[in-house]
Write a protein that binds this ligand. Structure first.
Ligand SMILES: C[S@@+](CC[C@H](N)C(=O)[O-])C[C@H]1O[C@@H](n2cnc3c(N)ncnc32)[C@H](O)[C@@H]1O
Length: 244
């Protein structure tokens, strides 16, 4: 497709709006094409200060060798390097992205890690059969530097919850924080239609998705939120239900 053939979806961004205006398919297509065209920028070395913050984000999840990890919007695999550094075995890592070119970049850096081209909202259980056979669900789902890009943040979180093991975590993060994401949103609302959720929005996301906030480090220039799946309503032996 030539650049001139490409019609941007109509996007009107208002604070708190859950989806951009317009249809989802052209939005996703815009997102995919945008990152396909900018892969060289993302392949450039990450500055040391951002690397250090990204490392801190990954460290916060307490990963172990056997942790099954899903990296949503993996890009060229910036987080994957840190998963490996913290000892996660490569067959337990899945990187997911809309952009074929970003995934090509990730695969060239990590040939033994499984990468999948998909919208997070389209992945459900049972996992697609091409996923690694040893992974039935995930212990941690990361959204790093991509949560403002989701078509609908609630939909993305719900999709992640469905993929989590009982005690699973969701990490939503950005090494440059909400102020940076907001500047992207103002400059390119068709690519970054959302802000990173403030505490109140976070609580709303959680209550819709049976999640609890484990920790929230929300600063202008750093964002790291960890959510945990709440215990399901359990049927006790005598038939009464209780929650944790
Ligand atoms: C700014 S890049 C961030 C890459 C990486 N997480 C990092 O930390 O460098 C955002 C990525 O999110 C991807 N993305 C956006 N919406 C997505 C969705 N719904 N499902 C999967 N990936 C998505 C884009 O294709 C893009 O590669």
């Amino acid at each position: 497709m030539r650049r001139t053939d490409f019609i941007l979806p109509k996007v009107v961004c208002r604070m708190g709006k859950s989806t951009p205006d317009g249809e989802k398919p052209p939005y996703i297509q815009t997102q995919r094409q945008y990152f396909d065209e900018r892969v060289d920028f993302f392949r450039a070395p990450v500055p040391a200060a951002i690397q250090a913050r990204t490392r801190r984000i990954v460290e916060s999840a307490g990963l172990r060798e056997k942790s099954r990890v899903l990296d949503v919007g993996t890009g060229v695999g910036v987080l994957v390097a840190h998963f490996l550094e913290f000892g996660v075995s490569q067959e337990n890592i899945v990187g997911l992205d809309l952009s074929q070119e970003m995934l090509r970049g990730a695969k060239s850096r990590f040939p033994d890690v499984f990468f999948c081209q998909s919208d997070i909202a389209d992945v459900g259980l049972p996992l697609p059969k091409e996923f690694p056979a040893n992974i039935e669900c995930f212990d941690v789902v990361f959204f790093n530097a991509c949560f403002g890009n989701m078509w609908n943040q609630q939909e993305a979180v719900m999709a992640a919850v469905r993929l989590l093991d009982a005690e699973g975590l969701i990490v939503i993060s950005h090494p440059l924080g909400a102020r940076f994401v907001d500047s992207l949103r103002r400059n390119e609302p068709h690519i970054v239609p959302h802000q990173l959720p403030e505490r109140e929005k976070l609580e709303a996301l959680c209550s819709e998705s049976n999640l609890a906030v484990v920790s929230a480090d929300i600063q202008d220039d750093f964002y790291l939120v960890i959510l945990r799946k709440k215990a399901e309503w359990l049927e006790t032996a005598n038939g009464t239900a209780h929650n944790e």
